[in-house]
Design a protein around this ligand. Structure first.
Ligand SMILES: C[S@@+](CC[C@H](N)C(=O)[O-])C[C@H]1O[C@@H](n2cnc3c(N)ncnc32)[C@H](O)[C@@H]1O
Length: 176
């Protein structure tokens, strides 16, 4: 059984994913960048607790959700762009990539170099694995470069037993 992006972005499912992930310690108080955020709902509960949160998403359909979110969260920024075309002079304390690595049309080493260039020393990279095999080398390269702090299944309890899918979430730390 495969769930849809719609379900993943529903309020209830976002609450559940937040509960499983316990990602707060890696976001709160940290300037953050999220790639491929879809509607941007997943980590909304942390937006008030970050100095600045930037969404980078190529699908213009989601812009209307970001405009609404910005009314509630003045520190929310967004760019409609694929990561491969995203350019910035800013660097970030945390970069979030949930179920997005397989979607980015870049060579794995170029992708990891680009992430690394935007991640501050001592910063966290939070990634969710793919259901497809595309760009899996990104994970090997992260293992070589960063310290792996956390590996946990994306789902727990009943949801895990239902075998909806087999993703894991990994949290890496860049050396300070
Ligand atoms: C499987 S969805 C995951 C959505 C969300 N991160 C989540 O975990 O629910 C993949 C997301 O990546 C976005 N995406 C696709 N190509 C991308 C690219 N080149 N750069 C950044 N994001 C991309 C899609 O539009 C979509 O929002």
């Amino acid at each position: 059984m495969k769930h849809t992006h719609y379900i993943r972005q529903s309020r209830l499912f976002c609450m559940y994913r937040n509960h499983v992930l316990d990602i707060g310690p890696y976001l709160v108080g940290r300037k953050s960048l999220e790639l491929g955020p879809n509607k941007g709902f997943l980590f909304e509960k942390f937006y008030p607790q970050v100095p600045s949160y930037t969404l980078v998403e190529p699908n213009p359909h989601f812009e209307k959700f970001y405009v609404k979110l910005q009314r509630r969260h003045r520190n929310l920024h967004y760019k409609i762009s694929g990561f491969e075309n995203f350019q910035t002079d800013e660097t970030f304390d945390t970069i979030v990539m949930m179920a997005v690595i397989s979607h980015i049309p870049m060579e794995p080493s170029a992708m990891v170099d680009k992430i690394d260039g935007m991640l501050n020393p001592g910063g966290y990279l939070i990634v969710e694995t793919n259901n497809s095999k595309r760009n899996l080398a990104v994970f090997d390269l992260c293992e070589q470069r960063y310290e792996k702090l956390v590996v946990k299944p994306s789902y727990s309890g009943l949801m895990r037993r239902l075998k909806i899918d087999y993703r894991d979430v990994l949290i890496y730390k860049k050396p300070a």
